[in-house]
Write a protein that binds this ligand. Structure first.
Ligand code: ADP
Ligand code: 5GP
Length: 204
C-alpha cells in the first residue's frame, strides 16, 4: 500500500523517511520526477529523476503521472510506473506536497495520508537555514508557501509533529504498522484464512 507523506518544506520529511527506511527495510521510496536543479548531495535516480521542463511536459501529455504539481515554482510528479512497480513488491513511501496528496486521494488508490508538522514556524526557518540548500528567494518562497500548506493538515489521516526526531520517527513507523492492520491491507492473507475456515466447516 501507499504511504503519502506531506508537510511544509524543511519540516523533516526526507529525514524521517530515511530513518524509517533504515529501520524497517521492507518499505520502498517512490522517486519523483522534478524540473528543479539537483542539490550537491543529491543523486539522480535515488533522490529524484531530474528532468527538463520539456521532458516533464511530455510525460504529462502521455498521462504518465499518478499525480503532479507545481511546488515552490517547480514541477514535481510521481510516475505511475514508479509507484506500480514498487507497490507490487510491498509498501511505498511518497514524499509529495499537499496538492499531490489530494490527487492521490482522488485516484481512489488505497493509501495512508500522513502530515508532518514542525513544532513551531521559527523552527521551520531554522531547519531550512541549517540545511543550506536554498538561496534567499527560495527560502522566502518556501516559508511563505508553508503558511498556506500548514492549514491542510485536517485532510490527512495522521499528523506527526516532528519536534524530537526519534519520537517522530517512532510515530511514523507506528502509523505504518497500524495501517498494515487495516482489513483492506492484507486482503489476500485474510481471504486465505477465510478459505481455511470454510474447509473446516465442510469437514464437520
Ligand atoms: P523536508 O524533507 O521536509 O524538506 P528535511 O528532512 O530536509 O525536510 O529536514 C530539514 C532540515 O531539518 C535538515 O537539515 C534536517 O537534518 C533537519 N531536521 C529534521 N528533523 C529534525 C528534528 N526533529 N530536529 C532538528 N532538526 C531536524
Ligand atoms: P524539495 O525541492 O525540497 O525536494 O521538495 C519540495 C516539495 O516538493 C516538498 O514539499 C515535496 O514533498 C514536494 N514533492 C517532491 N516530489 C513530489 C512529487 O512527486 N509530487 C508532488 N506533488 N510534490 C512533490
Amino acid at each position: 500500500m501507499l504511504f503519502v507523506v506531506s508537510g511544509p518544506s524543511g519540516c523533516g520529511k526526507s529525514t524521517l523517511i530515511a530513518r524509517v527506511m533504515r529501520d524497517l527495510g521492507d518499505v520502498r521510496f517512490s522517486v519523483s520526477h522534478t524540473t528543479r536543479r539537483k542539490r550537491a548531495i543529491e543523486v539522480d535516480g535515488r533522490d529524484y529523476y531530474f528532468v527538463s521542463k520539456n521532458e516533464f511536459d511530455a510525460m504529462i501529455q502521455e498521462g504518465r503521472f499518478l499525480e503532479w504539481a507545481i511546488v515552490h515554482g517547480r514541477h514535481y510528479g510521481t510516475s505511475r510506473v514508479e509507484v506500480d512497480e514498487k507497490d507490487a513488491a510491498g509498501d511505498v513511501l511518497l514524499d509529495i506536497d499537499v496538492q499531490g496528496a489530494r490527487q492521490v486521494r482522488a485516484s481512489g488508490r488505497p493509501a495512508s495520508f500522513i502530515f508532518i508538522m514542525p513544532p513551531v514556524f521559527e523552527e521551520l526557518r531554522r531547519r531550512l537555514l541549517k540545511r543550506r540548500t536554498e538561496d534567499r528567494a527560495s527560502l522566502s518562497k518556501r516559508l511563505a508557501d508553508a503558511r498556506g500548506e500548514i492549514g491542510a493538515y485536517p485532510e490527512f489521516d495522521f499528523v506527526v509533529i516532528n519536534e524530537d526526531l526519534e519520537t517522530a520517527a517512532a510515530e511514523l513507523k507506528s502509523v505504518i504498522f497500524a495501517s498494515r492492520c487495516r482489513p483492506g491491507s492484507s486482503k489476500e492473507r485474510i481471504e486465505g484464512i477465510l478459505r481455511s475456515f470454510s474447509r473446516e466447516r465442510g469437514r464437520r
